[in-house]
Write a protein that binds this ligand. Structure first.
Ligand code: SAH
Ligand code: SF4
Length: 371
């Protein structure tokens, strides 16, 4: 429901949209037409929906809205990366980032405002305020990026936005229902039509939700590993205290649909002197033995008062070589959009908190996690 009493249409599943319109007196084929306008053509104005009779368009506009989030900032990096800070209806803010590459264009989407988790190297983890995004707010990030890039109607190929990664702010498997609805809308072949093969969900390791994600959505999985012992991972990625490595690795091994052609991506942030030794690299390849895997080495992206530094280029190179020699594709993710602070959570809370204040927030959130 929106402020003026009109209901939002974006974010309803196909079935929900059909039911909504049926109750409004429109037959199911009208819902199909509307779906096309919303998600294939990207229209935000009912009067442009010319396959519907004029009086129907007018009635729809009286009861419903198609509204995009507000754009607070729209930053372009010299490398082509573009980042939007978006304002939601309740004033909360989230980020989406578009990363153009030669063979694809990826939109990085947020799943929550903030994050309840507290990974120590992640700026989003230091934010106190957290709420789930709803399906509309998830899909809106793609619609808005498509507006900004002028990518309507949905082109069949050569798209500026060909891939989606759920790697922005928040833990998507803590907001599963909304994420699932949104992903199904995005995958629908009559609209946005981005295939599940081109959608990747990144999780810090919410073990109980992984199987369901694979079975119901069939999207690619990325797992934020970052450490190869429970002792270290408990510290860096505190959800490990709840779902330790053995359980996480087992859930990866049994992720539905896994083959050599469809591998899990293991993300590994390179932290100087913390997790970047050759012994770590060796332990990593042992841990993942037998799992169809890619390893993504991510140079740590610093933020004010962060308690880590990025590994040296030499350490990253040596680690990467070891992992490659062991037979894993391990691209080092190049840092993009640094001049616009494109890394997760950085734009939103550019305000500086003292280390002590951040530690208080982390301790409070961690207590809630294990409770
Ligand atoms: N919550 C999910 C998805 C969002 S985070 C998850 O944790 O997987 C997306 C990725 O960015 C994760 O692998 C996360 O560990 C990584 N990341 C977070 N902060 C980072 C930083 N400062 N530098 C490099 N990578 C970071
Ligand atoms: Fe949350 Fe992911 Fe950041 Fe961890 S890395 S705090 S799970 S957003």
């Amino acid at each position: 429901m929106t402020v003026d009493g009109r209901r939002a249409l974006v974010g309803l599943s196909r079935d929900q949209l059909a039911a909504e319109l049926l109750a409004f007196g429109l037959e199911p084929f009208r819902a199909r037409q509307l779906w096309h306008w919303l998600y294939h053509r990207g229209v935000t104005d009912f009067s442009l929906m010319t396959t519907l009779a004029k009086p129907v368009r007018e009635r729809l506009a009286e009861s419903y809205v198609i509204r995009r989030p507000g754009v607070v900032t729209d930053l372009r990096s010299c490398d082509g990366t573009r980042k939007w800070l978006l304002r939601l209806a309740d004033g909360q803010e989230i980020e989406s980032v578009h990363i153009p590459e030669e063979d694809r264009g990826t939109l990085c989407v947020s799943s929550q405002v903030g994050c309840t988790l507290t990974c120590r190297f992640c700026h989003t983890g230091t934010q106190r305020l957290v709420r789930n995004l709803d399906a509309a707010e998830l899909v809106d990030q793609l619609l808005l990026a498509r507006d900004a890039l002028g990518e309507w109607p949905s082109p069949p190929d050569g798209r500026l936005i060909s891939n989606i990664v759920l790697m922005g702010m928040g833990e998507p498997l803590f907001n599963y229902d909304a994420v699932a609805t949104a992903v199904k809308i995005i995958m629908d072949g009559d609209g946005l039509a981005i295939s599940k093969r081109r959608i990747t969900l990144s999780t810090s390791g919410v073990v109980p939700m992984m199987k369901r994600c694979g079975e119901e959505l069939g999207v690619n999985l990325a797992v934020s590993l970052h450490a190869v012992t429970d002792q270290l991972r408990d510290k860096l990625v505190p959800i490990n205290r709840k779902y330790p490595l053995a359980e996480l690795i087992q859930a990866c091994r049994s992720y539905p649909g896994l083959t050599n052609a469809r591998r899990i991506t293991f993300e590994y942030v390179m932290l100087r002197g913390v997790n970047d030794s050759l012994a770590d690299a060796r332990a990593l390849t042992r841990l993942l033995k037998g799992i169809p895997a890619k390893i993504n080495l991510i140079p740590f992206n610093p933020w004010p008062n962060a308690p880590f530094e990025c590994s040296t280029a030499a350490a990253i190179q040596a680690f990467g070589d070891f992992v490659n020699d062991a037979g894993y594709a391990s691209p080092v993710r190049t840092t993009r959009g640094q001049d616009i602070m494109a890394a997760c959570g950085q734009l939103k809370s550019a305000s500086l908190r003292s280390r002590a204040a951040v530690d208080d927030i982390l301790a409070e959130k961690d207590a809630a996690l294990v409770a």
